[in-house]
Structure formats: structure tokens, C-alpha cells
Design a protein around this ligand. Structure first.
Ligand code: B12
Length: 218
């Protein structure tokens, strides 16, 4: 099937660190009418998974991880305008404070989530990466956020998500916010363990969950 071939091309583009191939794959997928979110979830992200696994096995090193991120972004430049176009008429309401937790500079997945949330009509405050506990909390209080979303890609930074929740509880404001957590090593079990309200494996699932949780809050 042509779709499968295009997903395979996108995946290989990441593994081969080939920006031109990624751009071509992204353009071809749009020309074929493939949902750009599917191209991310079934093509680009699995490619990142492979590069990550190779890094784990010391078959590639840090420069390759950096280049893989650049290749991913080259494809995203083509896909993002299409996602924005497709979501124009979608309307959700809610204010979200989003960031990658302290000590962690991974941004690609968190930025995809921020972009999708904006497209869906959420008011998104993207605090960036390496975000301190107090920065999450101060911003959430300041903008009266409905949701605090925390991304973590490292097992060593996951406890930062719990620390934010604990500090919110200490300050007596935990119940004012819906807490969502995500990122590679994060799981439903972890979310439950630390007292978060929601976990999603992909940005698309995170949007559905965010809408459900906000509807439940109102
Ligand atoms: C690219 C990359 C990098 C780039 C990041 C570039 C950037 N600006 O973002 C660079 C080179 C900087 C990097 C650095 C490091 N990395 Co790195 N990196 C990766 C890699 C290959 C891909 C990550 C990625 O972008 N994936 C694609 C996106 C789309 O997926 P995602 O982030 O998971 O996001 C999706 C979902 O998780 C979800 N989501 C994300 N956030 C949120 C938030 C919420 C609230 C919700 C609901 C959902 C959600 O939605 C997204 C879209 O569907 C991964 C491998 C992997 N398998 O993930 C390793 C990986 C995460 N890195 C790893 C490591 C070890 C490091 C370094 C420590 C290496 C080193 N020795 O220096 C440093 C750490 C730097 C730091 N302090 O943060 C390990 C982590 C191991 C672990 N479990 O702890 C991994 C798993 C590689 C491996 N297998 O060893 N890395």
C-alpha cells in the first residue's frame, strides 16, 4: 500500500538522518492526502524510536541524536501548516501551561502537543524546556490554567513531575488544576502513582483526554 511505503520512507529518512528524504516524504504524504498526524505517529516517531534504540546500544552517538531531531523538524516544517489548516474550525476552550520538566531539554514531542492544542483552540502557554517547579506553578496560577502538562523524556527527570504535584498540594492549590503527564518513559501507572489526572501516549490522544478532563471539570 502506498501509505505504508510513505510511512516507511519517513521512518528511514530519520534513521538515515536524511533531511531531503524527510522533506520529500512529507510532501509526498500530503500529495497523497494522508493525515499528517498519521505521518508523524507511523513514520517519523518510529524512526526516532529506532535512533534512540541505536543510541542505547552505542551504535550511534549524541551528534546523530541531534541530527535526527533536525531531520524530524525538517519534515515537521512541511506537515505543520497542513495540520493547522485542517484544524482551523476546531474549537475547544481551556488554558494550558505546558513544559518539559527540570533537567530535561527534549522538546520535539512537547512542541507537537503545544501545536496541536493551539490548533484545537486551547490557549497554550509553552514554557519551554528545563522548566523549574516554581515556573510551572507560578504561570499556572497567573493565567488561571485549567491544565498543567508536563513532559519528561528521561527516567532521571520523571520525579520532577511528582515534585510539581507535591508542591501544588503543599501550597493547597492542587485541586485547581488538571495535571497531565507524558513523554517516552512515562506511563499510566506512573501517572497514577504520582497522583496526576491524566497520561497519554501520543499528542493526539492527549488532546482527546484534555477535552474530556476539562469537560469533567466544568
Ligand atoms: C532527539 C533526542 C534527543 C535530542 C533532543 C532534541 C530536542 N531539542 O528535543 C538531544 C540530542 C538533545 C538529546 C539529548 C539527550 N538524550 Co535523548 N533522545 C532523543 C530521541 C532520539 C527522540 C526523542 C523525540 O523527540 N521523539 C519524538 C517525539 C515526537 O516523541 P515524544 O517526545 O515521545 O513525544 C510524544 C509523546 O511522548 C507525547 N508527549 C510528549 N510530551 C508530552 C507531554 C504530555 C503532558 C502528554 C500528555 C504527552 C506528551 O506526545 C508526543 C507526540 O506524540 C529519544 C529516543 C526515543 N525513543 O524517544 C532519545 C532519548 C529520550 N534520549 C536519551 C538520553 C539518554 C539523552 C541524553 C542523556 C544523552 C546524553 N548522554 O547526553 C541527553 C539528555 C539531555 C537532557 N538533559 O535532556 C534516552 C533516555 C533514556 C531514559 N529512559 O532515560 C533516549 C530514550 C534514547 C535511548 N534509548 O537511550 N536527545
Amino acid at each position: 500500500m502506498i501509505e505504508e511505503k510513505l510511512f516507511e520512507d519517513l521512518k528511514n529518512a530519520i534513521v538515515e538522518l536524511d533531511d531531503d528524504k524527510a522533506v520529500k516524504g512529507a510532501k509526498d504524504s500530503i500529495a497523497q492526502g494522508i493525515d499528517p498526524l498519521e505521518s508523524i505517529e507511523k513514520g517519523l516517531s518510529p524512526g526516532m524510536q529506532i535512533i534512540g534504540d541505536k543510541f542505547d546500544r552505542m551504535e550511534v552517538y549524541l551528534p546523530e541524536l541531534i541530527r535526527a531531531g533536525n531531520t524530524f523538524n525538517a519534515a515537521m516544517k512541511i506537515l505543520e501548516p497542513e495540520i493547522v489548516k485542517a484544524g482551523k474550525d476546531k474549537k475547544s476552550s481551556g488554558t494550558v501551561v505546558l513544559g518539559t520538566v527540570s533537567g530535561d531539554i527534549h522538546k520535539i514531542g512537547k512542541d507537537i502537543l503545544a501545536m496541536l492544542m493551539k490548533v484545537r483552540g486551547f490557549d497554550v502557554h509553552n514554557l519551554g524546556e528545563d522548566v523549574s517547579m516554581s515556573a510551572f506553578i507560578n504561570k499556572a496560577v497567573e493565567v488561571k490554567a485549567d491544565i498543567i502538562g508536563m513532559s519528561s523524556l528521561l527516567t532521571t527527570t520523571m520525579p520532577g513531575q511528582k515534585e510539581v504535584i507535591d508542591l501544588l498540594t503543599e501550597k493547597g492549590v492542587r485541586d485547581q488544576f488538571i495535571i497531565m503527564v507524558g513523554g517516552g518513559p512515562v506511563s499510566q501507572e506512573w501517572a497514577q502513582e504520582i497522583g496526576a489526572d491524566g497520561y497519554a501516549e501520543t499528542a493526539e490522544q492527549a488532546i482527546v483526554l484534555a477535552e474530556e478532563l476539562i469537560a469533567g471539570k466544568k
